[in-house]
Design a protein around this ligand. Sequence first.
Ligand SMILES: [Ca+2]
Length: 107
Amino acid sequence: MINKEKTEIMIIKVLPSGGSGLFTYCKCDAGFKANADGECEDVDECLADLCGPNTDCENIPGSYLCPCADGFNENTNGLCVDINECLLDPTPCDGNADCLNIFGSYL
Ligand SMILES: [Ca+2]
């Protein structure tokens, strides 16, 4: 995604002639980086594996999200832990079946 919004920054730059001048340049907003054409593109943070275990990283413009993967819920410590589906009421299994909780799912 291209973000057309850039932050204009005024800098004082010393010229080779020894003088100095006031210049404006554009700095990409947080979560974006300049591409070869000088446009600000979204950084895909999911490529850097920034989310914790048992999460599905979701890249969004300017940022990223770390929702828990299917079969996991966020606990009070902010970690994604296995859901014991067998303890849910009602249990996802048929009444005539035994429920077996496994990591990230159930049988
Ligand atoms: Ca992003």
